[in-house]
Design a protein around this ligand. Structure first.
Ligand SMILES: [Zn+2]
Ligand SMILES: [Zn+2]
Length: 388
């Protein structure tokens, strides 16, 4: 089925919902207004069950297909939260809240899944059950994990799960996906160094944490360049270096901060271990002490190969063979959807947002022309997943 005619007809209305979310951005778990609009619409569409407050402010809708037929359940997920960025698009639907904006297109994701939910509820042309997941706190808050910890899988069991993200730079009407890792794991570290402070003119009487930190920054660059297989993607970036207050004092302490991005769980653990080892031994060489705080963030988002193929097959039916790539490059950004894929097979696909500003940029805006494609993909995905 190509772009659904009824979705095409509904697209202007879905765009209005999108612009309403855009005007009213909310951060992390504080998505009360968005969640209540979502729940209200799902109830109005006639879903069989709508529950709020899952994982603090998540919303889940359940829709059964033709009575008595089918036992399988597919979950479709959208994210609802915005970012702490001051919008500069100047669009009529610009954020009404200074310092907050939908700069990642989650307004579009939520509206498109709502559009699909209405269509699927009207036609119920599937067998089995659809679970619609609207999650809070994708932008660094682990909303997916919180929903899972709140019993999402026990209360709304599902067999497979799908997610979609818009992609600036990819033409509207195109989809891109890959089997295996598609988004990176994102970890953060902080290294606290303690040397011996003193007069800058008597360095021999000090242990200089600035020099120690500098050696650590350099040595950490050897992890990716000299110990990780060049065919495995990884990033180690030191993004902060704090030390000292004035020109004639060698400080007592310094601290470094940064991030590690990986596409493989084994590489991820290896880099953490190497980082700890390099920091401890480099500090020891200079007689300083070091403490490493290493916090694991979102895991690698890994597409199940069969589900990725299926998601691409559905996209080809909606937009044609030439508009779908199954060899998308993985991205070193991280995605909360990874937690769902750790628990159930499924896939995460990119959908073109055209030549817009990049994600998380203050001039970014979701392209409403993409709505017909995204909502149609969701409808076709659910119908086909539950026709098998
Ligand atoms: Zn984002
Ligand atoms: Zn996003």
């Amino acid at each position: 089925m190509p772009v659904s005619n009824s979705i095409r007809a509904a697209a202007p209305e879905i765009a209005e919902w999108r612009r309403d979310f855009h005007r009213n951005p909310e951060l992390l778990y504080d998505v009360h207004r968005t969640a209540s609009v979502v729940a209200e619409k799902l109830r109005a569409f006639g879903l069989d069950r709508v529950e709020t407050g899952i994982g603090r402010t998540g919303v889940v809708g359940v829709l059964h297909g033709r009575a008595g037929a089918g036992t399988r359940t597919v979950a479709l997920r959208a994210d609802m939260d915005a970012l702490p960025i001051h919008e500069i698009t100047g669009k009529p639907w610009s954020s009404a809240v200074p310092g907050k904006m939908h700069a990642c297109g989650h307004d579009g994701h939520t509206a498109m899944l709502l559009g699909a939910a209405r269509q699927l509820a009207e036609t119920r042309a599937f067998e089995g059950t659809i679970v619609f997941i609207f999650q809070p706190a994708e932008e660094g808050g682990g909303g997916a994990r919180t929903m899972l910890e709140d019993g999402l899988l026990d209360r709304f069991p599902f067999d497979e799960v799908y997610g979609l993200h818009n992609m600036p730079g990819l033409d509207v009407g195109r989809f891109a996906i890959r089997p295996g890792p598609i988004m990176a794991a994102a970890d953060v570290f902080r290294i606290d160094l303690e040397g011996r402070g003193g007069h800058a003119a008597k360095p021999h009487a000090t242990i200089d944490p600035v020099l120690v930190g500098s050696h650590i920054v350099t040595a950490l660059q050897s992890i990716v360049s000299r110990t990780v297989d060049p065919l495995s993607a990884a990033v180690v970036s030191v993004t902060e270096f704090h030390a000292g207050d004035t020109s004639n004092v060698i400080p007592q302490t310094a601290w470094l901060g940064g991030t590690v991005r990986t596409l493989d769980a084994g590489v991820r653990s290896f880099i953490e271990e190497r980082l700890r080892h390099i920091v401890a031994s480099t500090a020891a060489v200079f007689g300083a002490t070091a403490e490493v705080g290493y916090r694991r963030g979102y895991p690698v988002t890994v597409n199940d190969p069969r589900a990725a193929r299926f998601a691409a097959d559905v996209a080809r039916k909606v937009v044609g063979d030439a508009a779908v790539s199954e060899t998308a490059d993985p991205m070193m950004g991280a995605e909360d959807f990874a937690y769902f894929l750790e628990r159930r097979p499924g896939a995460y696909i990119f959908m073109g947002n055209g030549p817009s500003a990049g994600l998380h940029h203050p001039a970014y805006d979701f392209d409403d022309e993409a709505i017909a494609y995204g909502s149609s993909w969701w409808v076709a995905l659910a119908e086909e997943a539950l026709a098998r």
